[in-house]
Design a protein around this ligand. Structure first.
Ligand code: NAI
Length: 330
């Protein structure tokens, strides 16, 4: 039998956790032949609720679930982990300014980055889902000096999947016909879902749609504001879809992106497409052997340039704010 892959999930007793853990344990992430060991981190007051979730995991009798450990100490929970899915974060409370939010999350992601640095497996892949995801990833990465920057990423796969779904319903084509979707920039309302490089049945998506007004005034805002629309309808933020996207992201990072296609991941910029080096920004990437590469050579027209620059400017502002707070080195 193979050694289990150790997967850490933080915020495991939360909404996303309640969907994510069952997907991982059932084999959606690494397939039916790879056993997984779950390492679940929560804050102390949520450990009792987490014990209840673990009872339910037990009750599923998943053949691929090799073990579960829970705790509130990141250095214990992250010991030897190969994948770390950092979901738990501090939501924006009433009257909280953006600076307060960044600071509160810095208090979570700086120590978690340091703990991963100390105890995770050398090959650890770290995915940040908890918001503000890109900047939380930047903080974790900067507090883990011994883990290569390439081993950190933030989730923009939900936005990517939302963009595919919107285009599929606009053109009445199956989602499988749509390839090369890209989300650029920040996982926020400034993100840029790009149809100029996407394809539908192998043909350019923007040309196939042939409606710049829809693209600018319906498609982009619908994708970018989908999170708010779900809160409005459901009375709670997206959880199952966020868990599903987290599985897609981690699976493609581990097992590779499909041939002839790419995925959107927020990764540490090497300066590609004019995105300042060191920012965690969403790009089109291909993945093989557990390593991502930014797709090179795409032509960026003026419209796309403006949108990319705007979302990247927001990332740079967030970086400057957390630098001022001393959460990362300037
Ligand atoms: P939730 O509030 O239901 O659960 C969060 C859990 O994290 C709570 O159980 C809390 O106790 C735990 N937690 C807080 N601090 C922690 C720490 N220091 N260590 C370990 N656990 C900790 O929230 P939900 O709905 O599960 O969402 C989680 C995060 O994911 C939020 O920040 C949300 O904004 C974000 N999100 C990101 C998306 C993306 O596409 N990147 C999409 C949807 C949500």
């Amino acid at each position: 039998s193979t050694t289990p892959v150790k997967v850490a999930v933080t915020g495991a007793a939360g909404q996303i956790g309640y969907s994510l853990l069952f997907r991982i344990a059932s084999g959606s992430l690494f397939g039916p032949d790879t056993p997984v060991e779950l390492r679940l981190l929560e804050i102390t007051p949520a450990l009792k609720a987490l014990e209840g979730v673990v009872m339910e995991l037990d009750d599923c009798a998943f053949p691929t679930l090799a073990g579960v450990e829970i705790g509130d100490d990141p250095e214990k929970v992250f010991d030897g982990v190969n994948h770390a899915l950092l979901v738990g974060a501090r939501p924006r409370g009433p009257g909280m300014e953006r600076g307060d939010l960044l600071e509160a999350n810095g208090g979570i992601f700086a120590p978690q980055g340091a703990a991963l640095n100390k105890v995770a497996a050398d090959d650890v892949h770290v995915t940040i889902t908890g918001n503000p995801a890109n900047t939380n990833a930047l903080i974790a990465m900067n507090n883990a000096p011994d883990i290569p920057d390439e081993q950190f990423s933030a989730l923009t796969r939900l936005d990517h999947n939302r963009a595919i779904s919107q285009l599929s319903s606009k053109l009445d084509v199956p989602v499988t016909d749509i390839t090369k979707m890209t989300i650029w920039g920040n996982h926020s309302a400034t993100q840029y879902p790009d149809l100029f490089h996407a394809e539908v049945g192998g043909k350019n998506a923007a040309e196939t749609v042939g409606d710049q007004d829809w693209l600018e005034n319906t498609f982009i805002p619908t994708v970018a504001k989908r999170g708010a629309a779900i809160i409005e309808a459901r009375g709670a933020s997206s959880a199952a879809s966020a868990a599903s996207a987290t599985v897609d992201h981690a699976r493609d990072w581990a097992l590779g992106s499909p041939e002839g296609n790419w995925v959107s991941m927020s990764v540490c910029s090497d300066g590609s497409y004019g995105v300042p080096e060191g920012l965690i920004s969403s790009f089109p990437v291909t993945v093989s052997d557990g390593k991502w590469e930014i797709v090179q050579g795409l032509e960026i027209d003026d419209f796309s340039r403006g949108r990319i620059d705007a979302t990247v400017a927001e990332l740079a502002e967030e970086r400057d704010a957390v630098t001022k707070l001393g959460l990362i080195k300037g």
